[in-house]
Design a binder for this molecule. Structure first.
Ligand SMILES: NC(=O)c1ccc[n+]([C@@H]2O[C@H](COP(=O)([O-])OP(=O)(O)OC[C@H]3O[C@@H](n4cnc5c(N)ncnc54)[C@H](O)[C@@H]3O)[C@@H](O)[C@H]2O)c1
Length: 379
């Protein structure tokens, strides 16, 4: 074992660190950074909670934060290791001792990041944005360039179209790859995808799937219906939670792309697409005491052999943000592999496996095989 580790250490000695920048130091970023430290500390433990411990030679703890942006007064100027535990973040603390990074959270650009309705809620459960417009594009690009970040990870709130596109633009100018974890369509918009292709910068998107969340469970059950010859006639997926993501999504005007992303993720695996009136998928309510716990209520109605009706009900309870970090930790390393291989533009396989609204949808078992081929360098 020792010999193996020694040889491995020599082989990996030349491997780069993976320097990322984060836009939006909220709950998902908190879980991601806690996870990087957690797996550093538990290097020899069984890889609980990881889809890949070693992904193409990269481990979770090879990821390092080089820059971070936010607009919340309680986060800007703090070391990232401290900002991830600042209000209104409320996710589970599974790794409290995240060492100082020496990287302070920089001012981002406000744009449409903070919905008006949030101001009706107490400060401890909503954003507390800076006065004014925040940083300029030149300032953000300059921070990115000086930091040496090679991948910008976008965690803007749902509905922040202008802010998401702003950070995508900054990534292009600064020469960073881009991972779009939220449902503004960038990787799945051919014009944006082309711009990343032209600059030879990889892009993965859009809207991160959770490791074991409502989307993947719903898709898997829908696929099961298809494979067992059961006609799926109607379905809903109702979700409640008490974090800022759910609070933000109370503003229905910000929800259009999230609804498309979540609904399309299910429609795309059905034997036959359902009429709009027969499918309802979306965030449903904000329950403040739930904090980062998300509860999904799922119902599927169908017809079995002989046209005989059946239905299925499922309740799924998960901590929302670690659930997304378990996937982002792989998306980042796939992005780094693409950078190492000089590959730019849309990364189809990682987008299909990791994202709810990729440029091209594949069934999950197919996407699983594709991602392994991608990691092995065969695609
Ligand atoms: N399982 C999951 O948690 C999951 C799954 C899929 C997608 N997502 C998406 O990921 C995104 C992030 O989720 P989260 O739970 O971390 O949200 P969050 O509300 O905890 O964090 C968002 C952060 O962005 C900051 N922000 C707002 N506007 C900004 C701007 N213009 N510039 C810089 N920072 C800004 C906020 O201050 C906050 O710190 C959301 O869009 C969410 O829907 C999450």
């Amino acid at each position: 074992m020792y010999y193996f580790k020694f040889i491995w250490g020599v082989l990996m000695a030349g491997k780069d660190r993976i320097k990322i920048a984060i836009a939006g130091v909220g709950n998902c970023a908190s879980s991601l950074l806690q996870g990087i430290e957690y797996y550093r500390k538990n290097e020899d433990a069984d890889a609980i909670g990881l889809m890949h411990r070693d992904l193409g030679g990269y481990f979770p703890y090879d990821i390092e934060v080089a820059a971070a942006f936010d607009i919340d007064r309680r986060k800007i100027g703090k070391d990232v290791s401290e900002a991830i535990f600042s209000l209104p973040n409320c996710t589970t603390v599974f790794c409290p001792d995240v060492p100082r990074t020496g990287i302070e959270v920089s001012m981002g650009r406000v744009l449409d990041g903070c919905s008006e309705h949030l101001f009706n809620y107490p400060e401890e459960c909503r954003f507390l944005p800076v006065e004014g417009e925040g940083a300029t594009k030149e300032e953000v690009v300059s921070v990115l360039q000086n930091s040496g970040a090679e991948i910008l990870v976008n965690y803007m709130p749902v509905g922040s179209e202008e802010a998401a596109l702003f950070y995508a633009e900054c990534a292009l100018e600064a020469g960073c790859a881009f991972i779009n974890n939220m449902p503004v369509f960038i990787a799945s918009n051919p014009e944006w995808a082309k711009r990343f292709e032209e600059k030879k910068l990889p892009i993965i998107g859009d809207d991160i799937k959770s490791q074991l969340g409502a989307t993947i469970v719903h898709r898997t059950l829908a696929d099961l219906f298809k494979k067992r010859g059961v006609k799926l006639e109607r379905t809903y997926q109702l979700n409640t939670g008490g974090n800022t993501d759910f609070l933000n999504m109370l503003n229905r005007n910000r929800l259009a792309s999230k609804k498309i992303s979540k609904t399309e993720a299910v429609q795309s695996v059905l034997a036959e697409r359902l009429e709009n009136g027969n499918i309802h998928v979306g965030p449903s309510d904000y329950v403040s005491w739930q904090k980062d716990n998300k509860v999904c209520f799922l119902r599927i109605e169908g017809k079995l052999f002989g046209d005989v009706p059946m239905n299925l009900e499922l309740r799924l309870s998960v901590e929302d943000s670690p659930n997304s970090a378990g996937v982002v930790i792989d998306a980042i390393r796939c992005c780094k592999l693409a950078l190492d291989r000089g590959k730019g533009g849309i990364l189809y396989q990682p987008s299909a496996y990791f994202m709810k609204h990729p440029p091209k949808q594949y069934p999950d078992d197919e996407a699983y095989l594709m991602i392994e081929e991608f990691i092995a360098g065969n695609q």
